[in-house]
Design a protein around this ligand. Structure first.
Ligand code: 8U8
Length: 659
């Protein structure tokens, strides 16, 4: 779409729906009291996944990992890839023993570890095709030994403490063929052997599953039954350890938490002994099929979805059910264009959605029989962060103590998302360790996500656009119980016009191949926009806030006590690496540290071409993540990075000269 066409649509929207907007903007009067007893805010959204594992060997995936590790917080702590053990070959020694060759697995996991990311390690894959029937006792014992040596290898390479923070999980979605091509009873034998192998290496390693793909499937029920009261095949003991129960629900958040509640009810009714076992919905995506084009992925809706999912999981799983929720996060680290389920949109020379080496051809699926991958390897690329990922960086601002925001209709009335009032709105209110208060509000229009499938190329239907247009709302929030008298209110936004690079890309004329200049223009918009920062007086511990929530949108409001004059941390560890952009330009990826990651500072990045004396700013005025990419850099070029607090105080800069 050209910028001309874009403007026309904006005008049309204004003219056509202006009368409707005047009557239709809902208004909600909300309140939150920070002097009440706080509730916990577990970080269950900080996980992602992708498939298959050999994608970890590609430069574009490796840069995605670094963007995760260098994000604010970090936004994401755990990675859950499928088919890791397909990277292991069994080699036969002279005396006829089979020994694992770990080198390709190491090559895949090293960059994950270097990026500071922890693993949800699925014991998935079939080394050299050795294990095809776990009803056979010989295979069960061989698998146990294999898992023990795997765990020992991982602890040796990545450190015992690190691996103790990982979660080991069964094979993904064993209730969906051909993820688990074997029998049911074979699966339970595999479970026992995996559990014993891990325990033999280190009893502190955590193991659970089954990563169920279907709602309350026979596989999930059988595993619960087996772990509760079955017999451990290897030890003869009654019951088998289950350190967490994992399953997948892909739906909009209201429906998602309703399904999850059924799973919790089932566990409590039939397996009261397992009632306190922690839970993971480790593929909590809006809809199945990462690789199908979806119009609503091109823009801020996935960001609003992230916040709504956090809010409803807080309200239902944490508060109402008292569940120990470890993970409720998407499987969204795939590589593809704007409208695929990706953390960063990937630009390739030519068609951006062409299949590349290591990426799968149909939505996370990988047929067992594919051995060789003849497709082209990714060599030239650009990555642009999507609003769903940016929203997770914003969520990292949230504190550990949460307070209830009153004033929306009760949740039970909002469950029917097509008929009830305000199913799409919500606010999360927290206080941080450093005393700042963080409120995040969202507007996630409740349209039918499946409309726009296949046939029509992922274009939005008129009915859906209408739902989006009608969803705008005004919120007034009466904030009470503040324990400071003066501070700063900083607002950061993600919506159509803020923190939304695809909008700028459309204004550029939707180029399939972006240039270095276009990439550089997209960089500053991939962060949430700081839209305002104003000093406020807090009278009688109270403050009134007003927000217009466009649809879809996310707004974070940070209330920082105190005033200007504090020294922000110095930048340390400034480092750069480079790759090649689609147009052949050299792209420098910068990353750094500053105090503790997660502290309330923003960064500014400046660059001077070789021979130039003065630096010019290349980033937005404040960026949240500890990384930045610039295309068209040259040897001798110099970067300067500074941290500044929200009051504008600037810390000690760091400089880097490119080789
Ligand atoms: C039912 C089904 C059919 C199919 O062709 O592929 C599937 C792939 C099916 C169900 C699940 C499935 O994989 C899971 O979901 C994927 C997705 O794209 O939603 C991926 O996110 C996951 O990696 C995978 O576990």
């Amino acid at each position: 779409m050209t910028s001309m066409a874009l403007r026309t649509r904006t005008l049309l929207t204004v003219w056509l729906i202006f009368p409707a907007v005047v009557h239709a903007v809902d208004h909600f009067s909300l309140s939150v009291d920070f002097s009440e007893a706080p509730r916990p805010q577990p970080r269950f959204w900080q996980s992602t996944g992708m498939s298959p594992a050999d994608m970890l060997l590609t430069p574009d995936m490796q840069l995605t990992l670094r963007m995760i590790g260098d994000s604010h917080g970090p936004a994401i702590r755990y990675l859950r890839p499928h088919y890791l053990l397909d990277l292991v070959d069994l080699e036969t020694t002279d005396d006829g023993r089979q020994v694992p060759n770990w080198s390709r697995l190491d090559e895949a996991l090293d960059p994950v570890h270097q990026a500071g990311i922890l693993m949800i390690f699925e014991l998935m894959g079939n080394p050299s095709g050795r294990f095809d029937d776990f009803r056979e006792s010989e295979q069960v014992w061989a698998w146990r030994d294999f898992v023990e040596s795997l765990a020992n290898h991982l602890m040796e390479r990545y450190g015992r403490e690190t691996v103790e923070q990982w979660y080991f999980e069964t094979s993904n979605e064993p209730d969906i063929h051909p993820f688990w091509p074997q029998t049911h009873s074979g699966f339970l034998n595999y479970y026992d052997a995996s559990s014993e192998g891990l325990k033999a290496a280190n009893p502190r390693l955590r193991f659970g599953g089954p990563g169920a793909g279907r709602f309350l499937s026979p596989t999930l029920k059988a595993l619960l039954e087996h772990c509760d009261s079955g017999t451990n095949l290897l030890t003869g003991e009654r019951g088998v350890r289950l350190d967490f129960i994992s399953f997948h629900v892909k739906a909009r958040p209201h429906e998602m938490v309703r399904y999850e509640e059924h799973v919790v009810d089932y566990i409590r009714q039939y397996h009261p002994r397992l009632r306190d076992v922690p839970l993971m919905n480790n593929e909590a995506d809006p809809i199945g099929g990462w690789g199908l084009p979806r119009w609503w992925r091109e823009g801020p809706w996935p960001g609003a979805f992230v916040m709504q999912s956090i809010d409803l999981h807080n309200q239902v799983l944490v508060d109402k059910l008292g569940a120990d929720l470890l993970v409720a996060a998407g499987d969204n680290a795939f590589l593809g264009g704007w409208n695929r389920r990706t953390l960063a949109a990937r630009f390739l020379p030519g068609d951006n959605d062409v299949e590349q080496w290591g990426s799968s051809d149909s939505g996370g699926w990988k047929p067992w029989d594919r051995v060789r991958d003849e497709r082209p390897r990714t060599e030239r690329f650009y990555l642009v962060k999507q609003p769903g990922f940016t929203a997770m960086s914003l969520a990292a601002l949230l504190g550990e103590r949460r307070f209830v925001v009153e004033g929306f209709p009760p949740l039970e009335q909002r469950v029917d998302t097509y008929r009830s009032e305000a199913p799409h709105l919500g606010c999360i209110a927290t206080r941080r360790q450093d005393g700042a208060v963080v409120l995040i509000c969202y507007n996630a229009p409740a349209m039918n996500l499946a409309v726009g499938r296949d046939g029509d190329g992922g274009e939005p239907a008129a009915s859906q656009l209408e739902i989006v247009d009608r969803s705008v709302a005004d919120l007034s929030i009466d904030v009470r119980g503040l324990d400071f008298s003066a501070g700063l209110v900083t607002r950061m936004r993600i919506d159509d016009n803020h923190g939304n690079p695809v909008a700028l890309w459309r204004e550029m004329g939707s180029p399939e191949d972006i240039s270095a200049d276009q990439f550089n223009a997209l960089q500053p918009v991939q962060d949430p926009s700081v839209v305002s920062s104003e000093s406020v007086e807090v009278k009688e511990s109270e403050l009134e806030l007003h927000l217009r929530m466009e649809a879809p949108s996310v707004e974070a409001i940070v209330l920082t006590p105190g005033e200007a004059g504090m020294q922000p941390p110095a930048i340390t560890g400034l480092a750069g690496s480079s790759h090649t952009g689609v147009d052949g330009a050299r792209v420098t990826y910068l990353s750094w540290q500053a105090g503790q990651n997660g502290s309330l500072v923003l960064y500014e990045v400046f660059y001077a071409q070789p021979g130039e004396d003065s630096f010019h700013r290349v980033s937005a005025q404040g960026t949240l993540d500890r990384n930045f990419s610039l295309a068209g850099t040259e040897p001798g070029g110099r970067f300067r990075v500074v941290a500044k607090n929200l009051f504008g105080d600037v810390g000690e800069p760091a400089e880097l000269r490119l080789e």
